[in-house]
Design a protein around this ligand. Structure first.
Ligand SMILES: C[C@@]1(C(=O)O)OC[C@H]2O[C@@H](O)[C@H](O)[C@@H](O)[C@H]2O1
Length: 469
């Protein structure tokens, strides 16, 4: 079986992680431009000042994407290039860059799939409270509408936010992302709610413009499964899915928050300051949402946890996604299992977890349109005689594409697969050490690009529409 003709074989990146040019052509300062320069916050002090210089080399990069036969490129717009101080004047040089990037994609017949927010918030807004401040919601509406009007004649696929759970939990619970606040569930839930309202307002503005494209949001998709058959671990997995799935997917797809979580937030004084008008706009926007983007890397294997004084702060690798984390409320803990395979960063390799999770998602939300907007292997790629032989990445993506194909056989409405990432880039917490790309970037030799083993493999898969998988 080949993948359908209207299924996108794509790959992705994000502005702060690829562009560099952090202070060029009128760009404003973002929270990550500041946070990454606070000693100890990033791996070996790496930052996105240069990243992999996609800002100046995008033509070479897109030419390589075209050589691969890539059908769609998912990239994010840096808000600070468009409106440098967040909600003030528009920067024409910022519009010019993304117009050129979009036109270069279209020159090769590559469909642009644009993420409006991939974690880099204008610093002016961060200093005013970031996503805990309603001002940011209004500012996002202006920024999104500016992008729709500037690029919407050629961009027909829009993602509002990338992984709300990550930038809010790392920002307000773990303190590992801007604004670097730890253990503040009230601010965490407030920030997530404001993001959902900003999403709903952007859907409303987009539909008003009648540009006849599609708009959605991308969430982490990490379904929780009990580590064994014990009843309390099953209950812990249900709790994990309520807080890490339902809290994020329900307001977008059902237009209302899950009662299980709402009830517990009320008991603990963590209820966001939502208004009737905001809850109404969530309800209005839900059926207008055209798709949901899923970033799948691994499932969560969960056991019930009983908080003790011995609980230690999470290790860096655990904060960055490896099992072993105690949930913010202490109710459960993620664990690794003897019979599973793991990456060098301790992430489980589980294509079956993707398929099982997709079936669970259909049970909860029905036959919704889905894109796998990220999936890939973070690795330190082996280099032999100057060749990057990332056979493990080929294996990882092959097995996950086979799971997607099985999902299609079962009638799941999956419309595309975007490998993370098209090119080696800056990892927020792992610097340049954790590679994801089909294209290698030589950090020791003027950021020279080189095709990896996986580049030629993915080219073949696309040419055959996955018929051989
Ligand atoms: C934490 C980490 C990683 O670096 O491994 O997970 C995978 C991938 O997720 C993306 O949404 C982030 O933008 C990208 O930087 C990566 O981030």
């Amino acid at each position: 079986m080949r993948f359908p003709h209207d299924f996108f074989f794509g790959a992705a990146s994000a502005a702060y992680q690829v562009e560099g040019a952090w202070n060029e052509d009128g760009k404003g300062v973002s929270n990550w431009d500041v946070f990454s320069k606070i000693p100890g916050k990033t791996f070996e002090g790496t930052n996105g000042d240069i990243a992999v210089d996609h800002y100046h080399r995008y033509k070479e990069d897109i030419r390589l994407m075209a050589e691969m036969g890539l059908e769609s490129y998912r990239f994010s717009v840096a808000w600070t290039r468009i409106i440098p101080d967040g909600d003030g004047e528009i920067n024409p040089q910022g519009l010019a860059f993304y117009n050129a990037l979009i036109d270069e994609c279209l020159h090769y017949g590559i469909v642009p799939f644009v993420t409006l927010y991939h974690w880099d918030l204008p610093q002016v807004l961060e200093e005013a409270g970031g996503w805990t401040n309603k001002r940011t919601v209004d500012a996002f509406s202006k920024y999104a509408t500016t992008c729709f009007k500037a690029f919407g004649d050629r961009v027909k696929h829009w993602i509002t936010f990338n992984e709300t759970i990550v930038f809010c939990s790392l920002g307000y619970l773990d303190g590992a992302h801007p604004p670097g606040i730890s253990h503040n569930p009230r601010l965490y839930f407030q920030a997530t709610h404001n993001v959902f309202v900003a999403h709903a307002r952007a859907v409303e503005e987009y539909k008003k413009l009648r540009q006849y494209g599609e708009i959605g949001i991308t969430h982490v998709f990490s379904p929780a499964f009990p580590a064994d058959g014990q009843a309390d671990n099953a209950q812990a997995a249900d709790h994990a899915n309520q807080y890490s799935l339902a809290w994020f997917y329900d307001p977008i797809l059902k237009g209302a928050y899950p009662d299980y979580v709402v009830g517990q937030l009320k008991e603990r004084g963590w209820t966001p300051d939502w208004t009737a008008e905001e809850l109404t706009v969530l309800k209005w926007a839900a059926p207008k949402n055209d798709f949901i983007g899923l970033n799948y890397y691994q499932p969560q294997r969960v056991i019930k946890h009983n908080p003790t004084a011995e609980d230690k702060p999470a290790a860096q690798q655990v904060i960055a996604g490896a099992p072993g984390k105690v949930s913010f409320d202490g109710v459960y803990k993620t664990v690794s299992l003897e019979d599973k395979k793991y990456t060098k960063w301790g992430w489980e390799i589980s294509p079956e977890g993707l398929l099982e999770g997709l079936r669970m998602l259909r049970g909860a939300y029905g036959d919704i349109k889905l894109y796998i907007t990220e999936n890939g292997l973070g690795d330190q790629d082996p280099v032999e005689n100057g060749q990057i032989l990332d056979a493990d990445r080929v294996e990882y993506i092959r097995e996950h594409l086979k799971a997607v194909k099985q999902g299609l056989r079962e009638g799941l409405h999956i419309k595309g697969y975007y490998a993370w990432s098209v090119i080696d880039l800056l990892s927020w917490l792992n610097g340049f050490k954790k590679q994801y790309g089909f294209i290698y970037v030589d950090q020791q030799n003027n950021l020279t690009r080189k095709r990896k083993l996986s580049f030629g493999w993915y080219k073949q898969v696309i040419a055959n529409r996955g018929g051989e998988l």
